[in-house]
Design a protein around this ligand. Structure first.
Ligand SMILES: N[C@@H](CCC(=O)N[C@@H](CS)C(=O)NCC(=O)O)C(=O)O
Length: 418
């Protein structure tokens, strides 16, 4: 019998096991046609979990409830699973962060979110203020840890990252707006990096950040459906008279995708793919072939060039964390592949490392959808290149070429977005 997970789809507690299963190569089937409030109240279900809560994992040896226990079980099915680290101290720290994710992040978030959604404790403004401050203290601690660590433990994804990200997911998608999370830039970077990992993306899909804190809704009778469908929940401000929708979102008819305004620009003589091909295929005489080819193709009316510089270079004290940060940025720029080319340099032999880059964008401005969708953009200072200035033009060349030394310093890393 295969492993069967009983839960509604998109439930952040069920996602933990499903993502762990992806990383571990374990097959876990999500039960079909699960109906929250019905399927989990049947006598058969209550035999598996007397509380009637999801998720529950049905195994050939019996059922397991509690999302962390389930995720641990799935992880342990793979011998020497790197999700559990590679030493006792790593294992213990993974457990530490899993507990932190449950007792600080999840519990802290629940004290803020649930009264607004009308679940459990009734809403009270003073209590909310206390809950937010308490939660911010936990997020602050997490942010401090992530300032110098790409992952919670060690140098790759562990079960702690899976659990933490799933708990943060409910917050990011339902109540933690950009205005709130910008106080915790390392948590932001961490969260968006995690949800964009292929094994996460496969399970969670596209994640959108809440645009507004949900309005206070009237108290629900049963305090149990709070997390029924965080994935489909509407993060937008709900009108007072509207029926509560956070947990039971209806299916919406798919809207036609609006055209990207960049596709409506007058055609350009510069074919971005041609430039990307030339860049990739030039192995020798880079200046004479690729750089010259770039300026021959460059269309200053259809495209613009931008320098960027990381605003918090003093924080770049660990080489691999800095390189991962830049790698995450390029991953998140994926949405702009049709409209952009970029070079990112990590500069210096010793910390703190400087991160500087050059970007070519379709149009005369940095595309608005890139600013809106890729939160890294605001971590950089952006300056439009003045191509009539030979000094700036030469700086463009040096960046495209990964010229070393760059501005008198060695390069630790150079990454290309193409
Ligand atoms: N600590 C449990 C929490 C489980 C939980 O609260 N599940 C909610 C949905 S996410 C539920 O099933 N509520 C239904 C109910 O309370 O009847 C875990 O991590 O699995």
């Amino acid at each position: 019998m295969a492993l069967v997970l009983h839960s509604n789809a998109g439930n952040k507690n069920a996602l933990k096991a499903l993502i762990a299963a992806e990383y571990s190569g374990v097959k876990v089937d999500l039960v079909k046609d699960f109906q929250m409030g019905v399927s989990n109240k049947t006598p058969q279900f209550l035999k598996m979990n007397p509380l009637g809560k999801v998720p529950v994992l049905e195994t050939p040896d019996g059922a397991i409830f509690e999302s962390h226990a389930i995720a641990r079980h799935v992880t342990k099915l793979k011998a020497d699973n790197p999700l559990y680290g590679s030493s006792l101290i790593e294992y213990s720290r993974i457990e530490q962060w899993m507990d932190f994710a449950a007792t600080e992040i999840d519990a802290g978030l629940a004290r803020w979110l649930y009264p607004r959604l009308g679940f459990g404790i009734p809403f009270n403004a003073a209590m909310e203020e206390f809950a937010i401050n308490y939660f911010k203290r936990s997020l602050g601690a997490l942010n401090t840890h992530l300032a110098n660590n790409t992952y919670l433990v060690g140098q790759s994804v562990t079960l702690a990252d899976i659990v933490m990200t799933c708990n943060l997911y409910m917050g990011f998608s339902l109540i933690m707006t950009k205005a709130f999370t910008s106080e915790f830039p390392h948590v932001e970077r961490y969260f968006w990096t995690m949800v964009n990992q292929p094994n996460f993306k496969k399970v969670i899909g596209e994640v959108k950040q809440a645009e507004a804190v949900p309005a206070v809704q009237s108290q629900k009778k049963a305090p149990a459906k709070e997390q029924a469908k965080p994935k489909e929940a509407k993060p937008k401000e709900v009108k007072k008279e509207a029926p509560p929708k956070a947990a039971e979102a209806e299916e919406e008819a798919p809207k036609p995708k609006p055209k990207n305004p960049l596709d409506l620009l007058p055609p350009s003589k510069m074919i971005l793919d041609e430039w990307k091909r030339l860049y990739s295929n030039t192995k020798t005489n880079f200046r004479e072939v690729a750089i010259k080819g770039f300026w021959d193709m460059y269309d200053p009316e259809g495209y613009s060039l931008w320098f960027c510089e990381y605003k918090y270079n003093e924080e770049n004290t660990v080489s691999f964390v800095t390189m991962n940060k830049v790698g995450g940025f390029l991953q998140r720029m994926d949405l702009a592949r049709k409209y952009a080319f970029g070079k990112m340099l990590v500069i210096g032999e010793n910390p703190p490392f400087k991160v500087k880059g050059l970007w070519l964008f379709r149009g005369q401005e940095i595309p608005q959808f890139v600013i809106d969708e890729c939160y890294d953009m605001e971590l950089y200072e952006w300056t439009k290149v003045d191509i009539s200035d030979e000094v700036q033009k030469e700086r463009v060349n040096a960046m495209i070429e990964d010229q070393e030394p760059f501005e008198g310093e060695a390069l630790l890393d150079a990454k290309c977005f193409k």
